[in-house]
Design a protein around this ligand. Sequence first.
Ligand SMILES: Cc1cc2nc3c(=O)[nH]c(=O)nc-3n(C[C@H](O)[C@H](O)[C@H](O)COP(=O)(O)OP(=O)(O)OC[C@H]3O[C@@H](n4cnc5c(N)ncnc54)[C@H](O)[C@@H]3O)c2cc1C
Length: 499
Amino acid sequence: MSSVPATAESNSVPRRFAVVGGGITGLAAAHRIIELATERGERADVVLFEASSRTGGVFGTMRMGEYLIETGADSFITNKPWGVDLCRRLGLESRLIPTDGRYRRSLVLRKGKPVPVPDGFMLLAPARMGPIMRSNIFSPWGKIRLAMERFIPRRRDPGDESLGSFVRRRFGREALHRLVQPLVGGIYTSDPWKLSLEATMPRFLEMERRHGSLIKAMQVQADEPRHEQESQAAGARYGLFTTLANGMSELLDALEQRIAAHGAVRRNAAVISIRPAHESNGAGANIPSRWDITLADGTHETFDGVVLATRAPIVAELIRGLDAPLATLLANIEYASSAIVVTGHKLADIAHPLDAFGLVIPYAERRKILAVSFTSRKFPNRAPEGHAQLRTFVGGAMQPELMHRSDDQLIELALKELRSILGVRGKEDFAVVCRYVNAMPQYYVGHVDRIREIEMRAAQHAGLALAGNAYHGVGVPDCIHSAEQAAERVLMTAQGGSL
Ligand SMILES: Cc1cc2nc3c(=O)[nH]c(=O)nc-3n(C[C@H](O)[C@H](O)[C@H](O)COP(=O)(O)OP(=O)(O)OC[C@H]3O[C@@H](n4cnc5c(N)ncnc54)[C@H](O)[C@@H]3O)c2cc1C
């Protein structure tokens, strides 16, 4: 590898870097390249290419009268540090707000009625058995089966296992179907029988390996002071979530400003292929090369390093001419589509007290919706005084057929379910549909091995790096981490970088 240190002197002609994709991953990658280059005294020219007319990808914020509406992610977890760290570096720390402690719990639908997720139930496992025993989610046998988890032996097969198989094996059918499936489905919109445990919830696998029982492991953790906050929250650990006071687009705007100050953000600029600018001299593929990017308008540009920060099947098409086996591996990552119907209502028109952050719906309840987020209960200023904002999730890997419905049909479907489940009446203040077509990668069994292979192949292309939600986590902090690692990689491996 090259070992020429990049300094202001050695670098009188700035290196050029391209980032393909202007979602949070691409923005964070472009920002990190600029940040690292500046720290190193290097002049770097960064261009971010975004196919559509706006940056942000699946997330952004809009206003509808006094309602503040998130069109995608509405918050992010803080126990993965990369989101909060980035906000701090962007000067946004004082803009971060916590969730409203008064409503910090989740509901799950049981026989058509919202009931509380038992206190301390953390996605897959309970930290305390008392709330489980008092809950009416499970039958008496279901509770006994759950409590028997302590005595279920460890799995001996070291291979990957589906999340559905793991939960059913350790906690029984009821725990899976009545609670875990909807809680996890709310994150991945996935079929738990296909979802890889190792790729999505490795800490629970580790608990089984180390402690032999998740209940025992959760109790050990609950005794540790650092887990205090986590063990008190039920469901999706909402106590650990944060957002920006004026919405997630504050983060996008801050990133975009920094990038624009040191480089360029080009919208309506779809990249259609990437290939080496120079033919290899025959000494091997990992010789640093420059990269030629072709845009949909037929123009070409050459860069020293490129971060590919868009969805895996799109990346596959961009690099097929460069590395067909890598393209095939990327194309094999499946994606699911979903939609959110966002509605505003007078609180007086809702019979349910909305005394939680939201409601998840087990597939077994045979409803047409996956979950409802009570957005205005999570964070302040999301709805005018006396009103509520609801985000109703539809579709996902379990109900893909619903995505064929028109916006009007989705709104009608969501309102019908909200009427039946939460007693929503009267005319809504507004209703909008946000669609996410093939936006959520599905981490199916074998995902970790597939990603390992993808990364080994990608590492052969110096100056090229992959980033995004397809690889090591779908959450905003995961995307930021992936982006920042990719930025470091291209800076180091592109011509003129140092390892
Ligand atoms: C409905 C929904 C709700 C979510 N809620 C949360 C949440 O509350 N908290 C959380 O942490 N995470 C949440 N997530 C997950 C998280 O928001 C996403 O994983 C993350 O935003 C993905 O960002 P990305 O930049 O990797 O991809 P994307 O946002 O998909 O961005 C990719 C970009 O690439 C562009 N592009 C495509 N092709 C090309 C091309 N050829 N050339 C140039 N550009 C191209 C696209 O236009 C797009 O802008 C949610 C996801 C969804 C779908």
